[in-house]
Design a protein around this ligand. Structure first.
Ligand code: 1GP
Length: 235
């Protein structure tokens, strides 16, 4: 089954998907490390996301190739910029940072990435990416030079997600930022879920089974966890 078809089906059937995010910058490029990493991720993991806000183009291809040796889970690129595109993965979240007003992350990087994607067999998943304030400045905010939307600004978040759907995005991604102090609030997830028809991805600052459960209960189809696994702090 194609990647998006699977995600969409999960949404319609109320199934829960979990992606573990691997930042190539923090990954040791060794087979033993990759093996141990894959062994420690929860059994319910359905996807591996690979990408980071800082430039990791040199290692990303190696990291994806290494992971492929140790898992059959689909590997989806979650690129911080177009240099992180590698044909070795299975798919790519083709992100547009809809919460920001920086043309480089709305369309600039996408134009630069397009010819690389064209040469690959990556499945493209057009994704509206919405950065929400998670209580501290995060790498996405710094790198993209955009302002996250305040969690109190519920209408603006919902309208941004809806605009993303009307633009033809296949998923909406609510992002509190890696290492966020507060994940995206349940009320926000719930309101966006009620407004849109497409699958909803939620990540940033999710460190526990309980926080993950809350996100699913509120309507997330796919939850993304990075830091908690990187730092062995999953509770
Ligand atoms: C994915 O950036 C997040 O949406 C990952 O966040 O590192 O806080 O889990 P964490």
């Amino acid at each position: 089954m194609r990647l998006y078809q699977h995600i969409h089906l999960a949404q319609t059937q109320g199934k829960r998907l979990l992606a573990i995010l691997i930042d190539p910058d923090k990954f040791v490029v060794e087979s033993a490390f990759a093996k141990a990493y894959i062994e420690k991720i929860p059994t319910q993991t359905t996807h591996i996301f690979v990408g980071g806000s800082t430039n990791a183009s040199k290692t990303i291809e190696t990291v994806v190739a290494l992971l492929k040796q140790h898992t059959v889970l689909p590997i989806i690129l979650f690129p911080g910029d177009y240099t992180q595109i590698t044909p070795k993965a299975d798919g790519i979240l083709f992100l547009s940072l809809l919460s920001g007003r920086n043309p480089e992350y709305l369309i600039g990087q996408q134009v630069k990435g397009a010819p690389h994607i064209k040469k690959s067999h990556l499945e493209v998943i057009p994704t509206g990416y919405i950065l929400i304030d998670g209580g501290k400045e995060t790498a996405v905010q710094r790198v993209s030079n955009t302002i996250p939307i305040d969690q109190k600004n519920l209408d603006h978040i919902v309208h941004t997600a809806l605009a993303g759907q009307y633009l033809g995005k296949k998923c909406i991604y609510l992002e509190a930022g890696s290492g966020a102090q507060h994940p995206v609030a349940s009320q926000i997830i719930k309101s966006v879920r009620e407004a849109i028809d497409i699958p909803l991805i939620v990540g940033g600052g999710i460190r526990s089974q309980q926080a993950m459960e809350d996100a699913y209960q509120a309507g997330a189809t796919l939850v993304v966890v990075g830091t908690a696994f990187e730092e062995d702090r999953w509770t």
